[in-house]
Design a protein around this ligand. Structure first.
Ligand SMILES: Cc1ncc(COP(=O)(O)OP(=O)(O)O)c(N)n1
Ligand SMILES: Cc1nc(C(=O)O)sc1CCOP(=O)(O)O
Ligand SMILES: [Mg+2]
Length: 645
């Protein structure tokens, strides 16, 4: 069997503690463990069979499952319907030939080998009898008191070089050993205490996977349709993967004739050719993550499901393309049922609201209903669900990561004013798969992918592609950060800053006070109260600007800051004085009101920066007031607080 041995968990009931073996395995597999070995010297044969059956259900095809020593237990568990992929045998356990005979040609048979003679014996066996060897111990370990002498990495390297089959390192391995062992020729690392005896096996497994992967970009395979206009499908996926730091690959499930104004036709190649594409990639390249998009019919869906069952990468994101933008169901009932089955192979699902309604069978008319439906789908499939609010009415577009127990994290933000939304679902799911494959946990991946997509949407208008709904600008971030020029101009840097804080600006625009100011409904007292606070603010702000003048490195800057300080006192206070007097309906006490909590916090921030003695820190703290005030004033004056600039 051609197995992924990279991260190999060997269980130990005592080290798993109160959490137990099954929960430990479930968490570690979710974190990226590729193969699990049930090892328990104290359990009876019957207990071992029972636990194999339970582990088989818990793993559900997400990793391989083998048993230590007990060949009959593997046979018996299989007869009870458990998926037991094989057995690991020591030099004094049953023979590997008997194991191969009992479990068949597709089973995974491992053998312990600690000397060159052991490896010579493997070489003498019929090819295909042993799939891998376990070589150890790397260093002494209390987990296996009767362990052989420690080899160290060098000793492992020597033996691995003699092995006719892939060699897994074991014994006293920690996260810091991974790179050296991989460079010494290990096909994987087998660990017990480093995954069983830790607080968070999921996080530990992800750390091991990151260490195993090293600094190379993750390999992300898109399994989706082709959109020749470049805005959606594998074309969008490849751009999104690259923009988020991955190496993109693509197996095409369908060819479409489409542009930004719609789909003219779809051609679905034979499903066995899709399988051939998938196997061709997997046979040659270690795939770290897959993103699954358009799957045209039940046969194609089942083909992908069968492939995942045999060669599942660490991360699987399924974007369940089931409903067209116009609301038409794209799949027949057989295909929808097959897609729901496929969903149980995924780590994360990214349905839009219409697809969430189909998957859950619930009404999804508003955001609370979307969250409830997402929780129901998560509970049913075992996958996490990203509920996407983009199709909601109104000017808010929330997203929420939801699990079986409810909302894990929710993001809110104003809708970005653009019609260039073609391919946003494809792009987002590809970004999520890539960020997860780079080692981010799902909340981090969701936050990063959402921010990247919003930046791509904000810049989409600059592409000017097609006369329909155009694509997002997948590489906008790279372009704006000057990745394609030698050095961004000050204007480019300023523009990039505006783009990077666009969500903050959108939130400011959405503030009730600003909206009331913009549409003329702000009450007089509210405005006078604001002026009173602003006057208190300006008095202190002037001191900060004076400090900036004092610290300024050049006379020109010194003059600028001194004039600004004078302006804060003279011009603004004079304006407030003309408003905040008894004949304008405010009493002296209004004017001398104490700074509000927000005002105080802001002033404390500025004072801390001012008296840090660092000019750069001071002007970095002081300038946002200048820039945002001007920006807001200009847009309010222009009577529009929607378009940014
Ligand atoms: C992956 C792997 N390698 C070596 C061993 C040790 O197996 P064995 O020699 O049978 O010793 P016990 O595990 O039975 O004490 C292993 N279990 N897994
Ligand atoms: C199960 C086993 N077999 C070994 C061998 O050398 O064959 S060492 C070992 C235990 C490894 O535990 P830990 O990762 O906690 O050191
Ligand atoms: Mg043994």
């Amino acid at each position: 069997m051609n197995a992924d041995l990279s991260l190999y968990l060997v269980t130990d009931a005592a080290l798993c503690g109160d959490r137990g073996v099954v929960a430990t395995v479930r968490e570690a597999v979710a974190g990226g463990v590729a193969i699990v070995q049930l090892r328990d010297k104290d359990a009876s044969d019957a207990q071992t069979v029972d636990l194999l059956v339970e582990l088989s259900h818990a793993i559900a095809g997400r990793a391989l499952l083998v048993v230590n020593d007990r060949l009959q237990a593997a046979v018996d568990a299989r007869s009870r319907g458990a998926r037991v992929d094989g057995v690991h045998l020591g030099q004094s356990d049953a023979s590997v030939r008997a194991a191969r005979e009992a479990l068949g040609p597709d089973a995974l048979i491992g053998l312990t080998a600690n000397t060159p003679a052991h490896l010579d014996a493997v070489r003498a066996l019929p090819p295909g009898t042993v799939d891998y060897v376990g070589i150890g111990v790397i260093r002494p370990t209390s987990t296996k008191p009767d362990h052989p002498p420690a080899l160290g990495v060098a000793g492992f390297r020597t033996l691995a070089a003699l092995s006719p089959v892939p060699a897994v390192a074991i014994g006293g391995i920690g996260i810091d050993d991974v790179t050296a062992l991989r460079e010494a020729g290990a096909a994987g690392v087998a660990v017990v205490s480093a995954l069983c005896a830790v607080e968070d096996p999921h996080a530990a497994a992800r750390a091991f996977r990151r260490a195993w992967r090293g600094q190379r970009p993750p390999r992300v395979l898109s399994i989706a349709g082709s959109d020749p206009s470049g805005g959606a499908g594998i074309q969008a996926d490849l751009k999104a993967i690259a923009a988020n730091g991955g190496y993109g690959m693509a197996a095409i499930t369908a060819l479409t004739a489409q542009n930004t104004r719609g789909v003219r036709g779809v051609h679905v190649p034979p499903a066995d050719f899709l399988r051939a594409q998938l196997d061709a990639v997997a046979d040659d390249i270690e795939i770290d993550a897959v993103k699954i998009g358009m799957l045209a019919d039940a046969e194609v869906i089942r083909t992908v499901g069968d492939w995942l069952a045999a060669r599942r990468p660490d991360t699987v994101v399924l974007d369940p393309v089931m409903v067209s933008t116009s609301g038409d169901r794209l799949l027949d009932s057989d295909a929808e049922a097959a897609l729901l089955d496929l969903a149980s192979h995924a780590d994360l699902l990214t349905p839009n609201l219409d697809e969430l309604a189909v998957l859950s069978g619930c009404r999804v008319g508003d955001w609370p209903e979307a969250l409830a439906a997402a929780q129901q789908v998560a509970a049913r499939t075992g996958a996490l669900v990203l509920a996407k609010g983009g199709h909601l009415a109104g000017d808010q577009t929330p997203d929420a990561l939801v699990g079986a127990d409810g909302v894990i994290v929710e993001h809110r933000g104003a809708r970005i004013d653009t019609t260039s939304t073609h391919g946003t679902g494809c792009s987002l799911s590809s970004a999520l798969a890539t960020l997860s494959a780079r080692g981010k946990d799902w909340p981090e991946a969701v936050a990063g992918a959402r921010e990247w997509l919003r930046e791509s949407l904000r810049a989409a208008g600059t592409l000017d592609v097609g006369r329909g709904n155009g694509p997002v600008s997948h590489l906008a971030g790279l372009w704006q950060r000057g990745a394609l020029e030698t050095r961004p101009s000050p204007d480019d840097v300023r523009d990039a800053w505006w783009v990077s804080i666009a969500e903050v600006r959108a939130d400011i625009d959405a503030l009730p006070f600003i909206r009331a100011l913009a549409d003329g409904t702000l009450g007089r007292d509210r405005f006078l109260g604001y002026l009173a606070q602003d006057a208190l603010y300006l008095r202190e702000y002037a001191r900060v600007l004076a400090e900036a003048a004092r610290l300024a490195p050049s006379t020109q800057e010194q003059a600028f800051w001194a004039q600004s300080a004078q302006g804060a006192i003279a011009g603004e206070l004079e304006l407030h004085a003309s408003w905040l007097t008894p004949d304008t309906g405010t009493s002296a006490t209004t004017f001398s009101a104490e700074p509000s909590a927000v005002n105080t916090a802001y002033l404390d921030h500025l004072r801390a920066a001012a008296f840090s003695g660092d000019h750069a820190v001071l002007i970095a703290a002081a300038l946002p007031c200048f820039w945002l005030y001007t920006d807001l004033g200009v847009r309010l004056h222009a009577g529009s607080s929607g378009s940014m600039r």
